[in-house]
Design a protein around this ligand. Structure first.
Ligand code: EPZ
Length: 417
């Protein structure tokens, strides 16, 4: 196992190039199962979750080849049972359910894994795929479903669930008739999925709004597509500049995907110069407190809550963070307290009283974004911070260590003794 070591106290300076979006590309890879023939997906991040999804697709019969950031897929005869050991590694594995039920008429996968940030049921996925005509059977630790032909319908999600919206959207592309999803999630990754599906010959409209309409077609083909930039990776680097008092140019991004974070960073006295595909961020000596309420997009992203909390630990006042999307996403608070942060967690709220300085400590990354928050805190702390649980962080950040080293970050990997 490896750990990360971070020596803080250096303002970051330079340019960071953001990679393709983890939470988009994993769904496009699943959506390819609906089509036929040779796909080219560009701007693919070389991260653990992509390699896991490649493993899942290969097990289903898809030929996969990742060359740099370009992924070549050949979809021909596929089967619908995914290997448990891969599915359990990553929550996004459930995104193959919709496509396989629609394309093959059956699917069998184990209960998915993923970050331990609260109970992450898939009841909304199951309930709404059933409304399209899928018949589910749950065994010990696995889920299987079948359907002769899915039939379009009008449905309303209990919660604007990203994954559920995507599974239904994908399944409905090959259903008979029209499907309308009300209370749909509005994340940019869903718009990316709509664009990808339509390039395959689907008829999907409305992604990015709360109502998505899908007119079923007989069959889908393949396409050549470029993934959107990763807004969560971009946001993490914006906070990196703010927390180290440095100046970074964050490029290859879509600033409008970061509106909520931009507003909160400006509230925290961070200076931002926003262009069409990049942001120049200048940290300041004084960080102001800011209150955060995580919400489905376009509200403040839950995936940026841990990173912002790290910044708030150094504010000249008290900030309140309310986490409304997950039931247990404050694992990083406990670790930040080891560095001298003053954080009180009460249910889904955390009160952060800013301190002058954090001190390096031995920390554990409980999940992907918590790990990123700890790296950011380490970059600002005095002394050396060591972080175990690196495998969580490597799932979602391409070349994190190398990108930070390029802008002056003193961070390196070490084999755990
Ligand atoms: C996606 O997860 C992202 N993952 C998450 O990012 C992100 O936090 C989340 O959307 C919200 O933005 C990927 O895209 C791979 P949800 P997803 O369905 O689709 C509950 C990261 O760090 N829920 O919108 O699983 C669920 O428990 C990851 O990159 C049900 O109760 O998110 C959660 O509390 C972490 N039943 C809430 O809804 C269901 O059937 C949000 O889940 C489905 C979800």
């Amino acid at each position: 196992m490896q750990r990360l070591l971070v020596e803080g106290g250096r303002p970051l300076q330079g340019t960071v190039s953001v990679s393709g979006a983890k939470n988009a590309v994993l769904k496009l890879m699943a959506a390819a199962l609906l089509g036929d023939g040779k796909f080219i997906i560009r701007n693919v991040p070389a991260i653990k979750d992509v390699f896991t999804m490649i493993g899942v697709l290969k097990a289903l019969g898809v030929k996969c080849q990742l060359e740099g950031s370009t992924l070549y897929l050949t979809v021909g005869d596929i089967q619908g049972e995914a290997p448990a050991e891969l599915v359990q590694e990553m929550r996004a594995s459930i995104q193959i359910m919709g496509p396989l039920i629609a394309k093959l008429g059956w699917v069998k996968i184990s209960q998915p894994g993923g970050c331990p940030i609260g109970d992450r049921p898939i009841d909304l996925h199951v309930k709404n795929l059933e409304k399209l005509g899928a018949i589910f059977e749950e065994g010990y630790g696995y889920i299987s479903a079948k359907a002769k032909r899915l039939v379009g319908t009008e449905l309303c999600l209990d919660f604007p669930s990203v994954g559920t919206t995507e599974n239904i959207m994908m399944a409905a592309t090959l259903a008979v008739g029209t499907t309308i999803i009300h209370n749909a999630a509005r994340e940019p990754e869903i718009i990316d999925a709509q664009n990808f599906l339509n390039r395959m010959g689907a008829r999907v409209f409305g992604a990015g709004t709360g109502t998505i309409t899908i007119k079923g077609v007989k069959a889908l083909s393949s396409t050549d597509y470029t993934v959107i930039p990763d807004r969560i990776e971009a946001g993490s680097y914006l906070v990196a500049a703010a927390i180290t008092g440095g100046k970074l140019r964050i490029q290859n991004i879509i600033p409008k995907h970061l509106t909520a974070l931009i507003g909160k960073l400006q509230e925290a006295n961070v200076k931002l110069d926003i262009a069409s595909d990049q942001i120049i961020v200048q940290g300041q000596d004084t960080i102001y407190p800011a209150n955060i309420l995580t919400l489905p997009y376009p509200g403040f992203a839950t995936d940026l809550q841990p990173q912002f909390m790290a910044l708030a630990t150094l504010a000249n006042g008290t900030s309140v963070v309310k986490e409304t999307v997950y039931s247990n996403r404050f694992g990083h608070a406990h670790e930040l307290r080891r560095m001298g942060a003053e954080i009180i967690v009460d249910g889904n709220a955390a009160v952060i009283k800013g301190v002058k300085q954090l001190a390096g400590a031995h920390l554990y990354a409980t999940d992907l974004r918590a790990g990123a928050a700890l790296v950011l805190a380490g970059l600002s702390a005095t002394g050396i911070t060591s972080i175990t649980g690196v495998e969580h962080i490597e799932r979602g950040y391409e070349n994190l260590v190398e990108k930070l080293q390029l802008v002056g970050g003193k961070i390196w990997r070490e084999d755990e003794v």
